[in-house]
Design a binder for this molecule. Structure first.
Ligand SMILES: [Mn+2]
Length: 566
């Protein structure tokens, strides 16, 4: 079971710090196969912090939707196309399979071999009974099926499979001569007893091989004749009926291949594969790469296997903000400091929502509670999470707990918080380092409330001059994002990290909604929010209230989100 500790989409510093630090704590506590992940790209500021403390960026998980590769059987039992039916049946028996993928060289999947198809081939219906005498195989493979002992001649190890006809000498010699004259003698394998005249007739006709059954033998004179005629002579210890039956097992697997099969790519979403498989009669489904290489198989039972991956969510609890596919996995823990967004689980889980300044604060409390020392680089990351989420303890979300913990982390990381704060906020402003389209989505959260979908993004800037000069472009980018995502409104909070004031830019929304914004306006679609720096504690509660008052839900049904699963 793999456990991924992961923050929200468009991760901020707190989401990255909390994920890395909490995954480390879980490892220290002995949890196996737990890793930190991120649900989006890193900003220049986060990259700076990771670099400063020498911590590698957690791997990106763009989507955690369960895939075919998560449940497929990767240790596949296969059979080569040039194997014999006897070998295939051996595998099917040994591993109790319902079918086998047949592969060529390079592990390319050529088709399927099912027990049904083998049965049909070995026991054809009466109308096709003539086929039962026909075996596509090498002579060597035929002789091996009954442990044949070579008396005359040899089998070429490099020989290729050919079509052979099996014939049993049970008649008078004249009749036998007539029978074998009907076919190309080089394609005949004659099963004979110990009658000299019959053996001689088979040799003189130039058959490819004569098999003396029942452990009987052939005179030296006839062996010499066979040798001169280039006829292979072998002996079977089994009687004629048994020897012929066994011989048919030499048939090559590729003569009974089902080439029309349903295969999946390992990255096919499991739900899509399940839907396809449900309507198909096959018992097994090969899993193949683009180049046709077989990498696994799915049986119908695999579709109900539990997904070997689970999540710990940090710094968010709303699935609308979680990595895509999170709703299809088990969430075993949530650590957060945001509003409750309707998260539900099917079983009891650890859910710690604490309205402190950052999730990094909560993760530090987890270390302290567990008595696990915080490594210095992790302490640095946690400091950065607290500093950015609380604008260095100045945001109204800041609590005494954050102050105390930041102080303790300072001692571990041996970096003064004030200095770290200066360094972090000095790293290029988002508006300077990103395009307007990137800047409006870099730290953007989508919410779903009362059937209305809207987004709130935030950028922190050293001063608002740059924003003012790019206002038109940023507004256009925000509207483009809103329209592309079919949102009721898209808001962008531009926060001045020095003065602790913000501007609110709004795209979309109704007239009624805009009328209810009582903040002083600062231009079209722009309002001045003095003293507002916290999206979660100041902006969002006001926004939710205003949306409700404006009756956004009732007025704009076109933008309603369809119910889940609809
Ligand atoms: Mn946070």
């Amino acid at each position: 079971m793999e456990t991924i500790v992961i923050g929200h989409r468009n991760p901020d510093q707190d989401a990255i710090s909390a994920a890395v630090a909490y995954a480390h704590l879980k490892q220290a506590q002995g949890m196996e196969n737990v890793t930190a992940g991120r649900a989006g790209n890193l900003t220049a500021r986060i990259e700076f912090v990771l670099g400063k403390f020498g911590v590698p960026a957690p791997p990106l998980f763009a989507d955690v939707t369960p895939l075919v590769r998560d449940v497929m059987e990767a240790d596949v039992i296969t059979v080569r196309a040039d194997a014999t039916v006897t070998q295939a049946i051996g595998s099917i028996d040994e591993h109790q399979l319902r079918g086998l993928p047949v592969v060529g060289e390079d592990q390319r999947c050529l088709g399927l071999l099912s027990a049904h198809k083998i049965t049909h081939q070995l026991f054809p219906s009466r109308g096709e009974a003539e086929r039962a005498r026909q075996v596509t195989a090498t002579l060597g493979d035929i002789l091996r099926t009954f442990d044949g002992e070579l008396l005359v001649g040899a089998c070429d190890p490099a020989e290729r499979a050919e079509e052979f006809w099996l014939t049993v000498a049970v008649t008078r010699v004249e009749t036998f001569r007539g029978r074998i004259a009907e076919r190309d003698p080089r394609r005949l394998v004659a099963f004979v007893g110990d009658r000299d005249d019959i053996q001689r007739a088979a040799i003189e006709a130039g058959t490819r091989a004569v098999v003396v059954v029942g452990g009987l033998t052939m005179t030296a004179e006839l062996r010499a004749l066979a040798s001169r005629a280039g006829v292979v002579v072998a002996r079977s210890r089994f009687d004629a009926a048994t020897t012929v039956l066994l011989s048919r097992g030499a048939s090559r697997v590729d003569t009974m291949l089902e080439r029309d099969f349903v295969a999946f790519h390992p990255d096919t979403p499991l739900d899509a594969a399940r839907a396809r498989a449900a309507t198909h009669p096959a018992a097994i489904f090969p899993v193949v790469e683009e180049d046709g290489r077989l990498v696994g198989v799915l049986t119908k039972g695999d579709f109900i296997r539990p997904i070997p991956r689970q999540l710990i969510l940090v710094d968010h609890n709303e699935l609308a903000q979680a990595v895509p596919g999170a709703d299809r996995l088990r969430v075993i823990e949530v650590l957060d400091h945001h509003r409750l967004g309707g998260f539900a689980s099917t079983e009891p889980i650890l859910y710690w929502n604490n309205p402190v300044g950052s999730t990094s604060t909560i993760v530090t409390m987890c270390y302290e509670q567990a008595g696990v020392p915080v490594p210095a680089p992790i302490a640095g990351l946690l400091m950065a999470g607290i500093i950015t989420d609380t604008l260095h303890l100045t945001s109204p979300t800041t609590t005494d707990v954050d102050r105390a913990i930041l102080g303790r982390l300072e001692g571990i990381a041996q970096v003064p918080a004030a200095q770290l704060a200066r360094e972090i906020f000095a790293v290029g402003s988002p508006l300077l380092t990103l395009s307007p389209a990137e800047a409006v989505t870099a730290d953007c959260k989508t919410f779903q409330e009362g059937g209305v979908r809207f987004s709130v993004a935030q950028i922190e800037e050293p001063g608002l001059d740059l924003f003012q000069s790019k206002r038109a472009e940023v507004a256009a980018a925000l509207e483009q994002w809103r329209a592309a995502n079919n949102l009721f409104l898209a808001a962008l909070l531009v926060t001045d990290i020095h003065t602790h004031n913000s501007l609110l830019l709004v795209a979309g929304g109704t007239e009624e909604f805009r009328r209810r914004i009582t903040y002083p306006t600062a231009g079209p679609g722009l309002w001045e929010l003095a003293g507002v720096v916290s999206r979660k504690k100041q902006l969002l509660p006001w926004l939710l209230r205003t949306l409700a008052e404006a009756g956004a839900d009732a007025e704009d049904r076109a933008l309603r989100v369809p119910p889940r699963g609809g």
